[in-house]
Design a binder for this molecule. Sequence first.
Ligand SMILES: [Zn+2]
Ligand SMILES: [Zn+2]
Length: 135
Amino acid sequence: MKLPLEGGCLCGRLRYRVTQAPVAAAICHCRMCQKNSGAPIQASAEVPVAGFAIVKGEPAVYRSSSWGERLFCRDCGTPILYRPIEGAKTVSINSPTLDDPGAIPPTHHIFTESRISWFDTADELPRYPGSGPNV
Ligand SMILES: [Zn+2]
Ligand SMILES: [Zn+2]
């Protein structure tokens, strides 16, 4: 993949840049990602903290659990990323918000224990009922 990658929210007020290669990319079926995205899955890429920057706008922050928070556009609501609150080595960007939404293909599924019964994808990627391989 060609770096840097850029992305942003639906309205364009929030923009970000990725300057380091992701260390992992997954499709998550967990309930929090379903609620956060309003979709059956959330596709995300784990980018080193130093390789991610907001370059335009000021995101709103929602603390979605005791260990993590989610950034989104305060104007249009697009969820941009998830990150651990403490000791983050990576941030998890919602890769479909990239200007090139196919730039970081997922390599596996996680939390398939929460997969919605009417939804599936037609791929042969490894599937993990829980959090999957550590990154
Ligand atoms: Zn926006
Ligand atoms: Zn999830």
